[in-house]
Design a protein around this ligand. Structure first.
Ligand code: PMP
Length: 387
């Protein structure tokens, strides 16, 4: 008799990102679906990795991350967010941001714990909660009604959904897929909700530098009273145009990080060494991350100009790699069917926003990734104009 697995994630299939990328390849479509740059990363960084490898920096480094890399990260955090973070106890280097999120949830959650998740939500959150026996409490963000509005969190709805079992609130700013960003009033509301509670915060800030129009990144790291209950997760892939490297880190106060590291120790133990040596060096070049926002804002604007010649309607994006476009003036089809048809018939792959909702909420909105070469964006728009 063959053993049969009783699935821990019975409702999970292949993610829409894989489905759309496979479809894009099949139809030789321009892939504006999955979030990755198609332009080269900085060769100074790949040179540093090569040099580290050649110098023999190829063996395990400290399980919490190369000490020099953690020190440089602490310096960066201190200079950007005025946060005093101890590299010894408060930072752990991880194989990517997704892993950091999973590890934090695994460290915190007990079966039956409720976790507040705002939808649309990055697709790893809900399975990460469920595999740990947690219960996702889904709160839809408010769909933008007026031009210039972006998706918002309705904090009154959050207050209504808090119960004695609420264990953690998940945040993501700048936000994938909507491109919205939290502002100071969001932080104030969050503060009033968690104050005097036992609620943790997990803040996914992988797009910290991809922020536009002069907005300020409202990192949890800026707020000591919030940081004391938070895990804050980052990704080097998004900062240095190397999503395939899968390198990131988590910042949390020592007591929380202690539990995070217990999970990390027996799952990954330690991450890629030469890349950590290289990143520690490259972090000294501050302009590499400080100029990222304006670089991507230009891409957003270039794509926006091109898309104005189509019948798609832009919803504002203030951060991330992404912009949502409504096609309600073009078709009544549901998002998935429309995205598939767009790939097959017009040769442009996107992601249906319904994929970021558990119940598949469908507002006739697609997510476009604009972190692409200008010629890629131009070629895509040329095809979309035909719609
Ligand atoms: N969070 C969000 C919101 C993301 O969009 C991504 C990348 N797609 C991640 C986390 C994960 O980053 P990484 O590739 O470093 O795991």
């Amino acid at each position: 008799m063959q053993p049969i697995i009783q699935s821990k994630l019975p409702h999970v299939g292949t993610t829409i990102f894989t489905v759309m990328s496979v479809l894009a390849n099949e139809h030789k479509a321009i892939n504006l679906g999955q979030g990755f740059p198609d332009y080269p990363m900085n060769s100074a960084l790949t040179d540093l990795v090569n040099a580290a490898m050649k110098k023999g920096q190829n063996q395990y480094v400290h399980m919490n991350g190369l000490p020099l890399l953690r020190e440089r990260l602490a310096e960066k955090i201190n200079s950007l967010y005025s946060a005093a973070v101890d590299p010894e106890t408060d930072i752990t280097v991880t194989p990517g941001g997704t892993y950091a999120i999973y590890t934090a949830l695994t460290a915190v959650l007990q079966p039956g714990d409720e976790v507040i998740v705002f939808e649309p939500a990055y697709d790893s959150y809900i399975p990460n909660i469920e595999i740990n026996g947690g219960v996702p409490v889904l709160i839809p963000m408010t769909y933008p009604k007026n031009p210039g509005d972006s998706y918002r969190i309705d904090w009154n709805k959050v207050k209504d959904r808090i119960t004695p079992k609420t264990r953690l609130i998940m945040l993501n700013t700048p936000h994938n897929p909507t491109g919205s960003v939290l502002d100071e009033s969001d932080i104030e509301q969050l503060r009033s909700i968690v104050k005097d509670s036992g609620i943790f915060i997990l803040s996914d800030e992988v797009y910290e530098h991809l922020i536009f129009d002069g907005k300020k990144h409202e990192s949890i790291l800026r707020y000591p009273d919030l940081l004391e209950r938070s895990f804050v997760c980052f990704s080097f892939g998004k900062v240095y145009h190397c999503t395939g490297w899968k390198m990131g880190y988590c910042v949390a106060p020592a007591a929380l990080m202690k539990e995070f590291r217990k999970v990390h120790q027996f799952n990954c133990f330690t991450c890629n060494s030469p890349i950590q040596y290289a990143l520690a060096e490259f972090l000294l070049q501050k302009e590499q991350y400080l100029e990222l926002g304006s670089f991507l804002q230009q891409k957003r604007d270039r794509f926006g100009d091109l898309m104005r010649q189509t019948r798609f309607r832009a919803l504002p994006s203030y951060g991330s790699y992404f912009q949502l476009y409504s096609y309600s003036g073009i078709s009544d089809e549901n998002e998935k069917d429309f995205a598939i048809r767009l790939t097959r018939e017009y040769g442009v792959a996107t992601i249906p926003t319904s994929a970021f909702y558990k119940n598949g909420e469908d507002n006739r909105v697609l997510r476009f990734c604009f972190s692409k070469e200008d010629r890629t964006l131009e070629a895509a728009a040329e095809r979309l104009i035909k719609l």
